[in-house]
Design a protein. Structure first.
Length: 74
């Protein structure tokens, strides 16, 4: 695989998701932190990484979750 074929991993934070859902960064961040706990049963997409205590999601995965959520009328 050449360098041109390698696609960089794009991560997004709570602010990026919040903007698309019309909510606050704090709401998304708290939901993301809850989603990391064992036994979590909510519908928040589980973060793929945490940096300095802040949850991060793979952009493609977050976009899919957002579109599914909007499709349900939430």
């Amino acid at each position: 695989m050449t360098k041109e074929e390698v696609k960089p991993l794009e991560l997004v934070g709570a602010a990026w998701i919040a903007e698309r859902l019309g909510t606050t960064q704090q709401n998304i961040s708290l939901a993301g932190k809850r989603a990391l706990k064992p036994g979590y049963r909510g519908d928040m997409v589980r973060p793929d990484a945490v940096n300095e205590g802040r949850p991060l999601w793979i952009k493609e995965k977050a976009e899919k979750w957002i579109s599914e959520r909007k499709g349900r009328g939430k």
